[in-house]
Write a protein that binds this ligand. Sequence first.
Ligand SMILES: Cc1cc2nc3c(=O)[nH]c(=O)nc-3n(C[C@H](O)[C@H](O)[C@H](O)COP(=O)(O)O)c2cc1C
Length: 275
Amino acid sequence: MVTTLASAAEVAIERRYGGHPSSAILWNDVLSILLTHRSVRAYRPDPLPREALATLIAAAQSASTSSNQQYWSVIAIADPDRKAELARLAGNQKHVIDAPLLLLWAAYIARTERILAGRQEATEALDYLESLVVATIDASLAAQNAATAAESLGLGAVFIGGLRNRPEDVAAVVGLPPRAVVLFGLVVGWPDSTRPTEVKPRLPQASVLHSERYSTDALDEAVAAYDQTSLAFQAEQGLPGIGWISQVVRRSQVSALHGRERLREALVALGFGLR
Ligand SMILES: Cc1cc2nc3c(=O)[nH]c(=O)nc-3n(C[C@H](O)[C@H](O)[C@H](O)COP(=O)(O)O)c2cc1C
């Protein structure tokens, strides 16, 4: 079927907001990749093309980086035993085992420290929380570029925040130096087309976009509408019909942190100053 650009954009925006009315958008191939993103948790075991890893990392390194400090590193894991161990540490996530590649995205201040220390320069500024925040932003931008690059190649991907349940154990598995922490993983592989995933609707723009000044005027209505959109999406996907609000409530309990309530302690143990 021939699809006009206009109708492809309309279909994509309708899916992104679950049918909730939204403004017209501009459209091109990059926007098509971005708007049709969905996390993939079902993979074929097939290997990736030989050039895939270098391609994803080049895309990641093309992201903007605060003051060009490039405060991140990535560890590529293909070894099945190591993937299985990391899957266990992330709360037994099977897709980590099934996909051929797991990328670990680390906030990595250790490289800067090494450069400074080798020149007898002061490292005190690295002890401030700011350096971890900068590294976290840089690593996240890089990882998102890699994810979009993977999707543009027809690959599937899903982030793995579960690795923050056990930061010191994850660091030990891959031998991270001090002042480095794995923030999250990114699973990459060929999607299993027999178990397809759909675009998951997002909050209406009215609840995230503010014009000139912050306002809650449209918030309650937008959230209520999104709860209904989520219920419809869950029904369509055969998922438990709990809506979005109760998911937010459940995920905001300390018990849902699964060990991450001690993240500060873990970061200090891994050598971060957090001043
Ligand atoms: C930082 C981060 C960590 C995540 N951690 C996990 C995870 O541990 N396991 C998982 O299955 N999905 C994980 N996800 C995927 C989210 O659940 C998913 O992006 C969200 O539900 C929206 O669905 P979508 O990506 O299909 O649009 C993570 C996403 C992000 C951004």
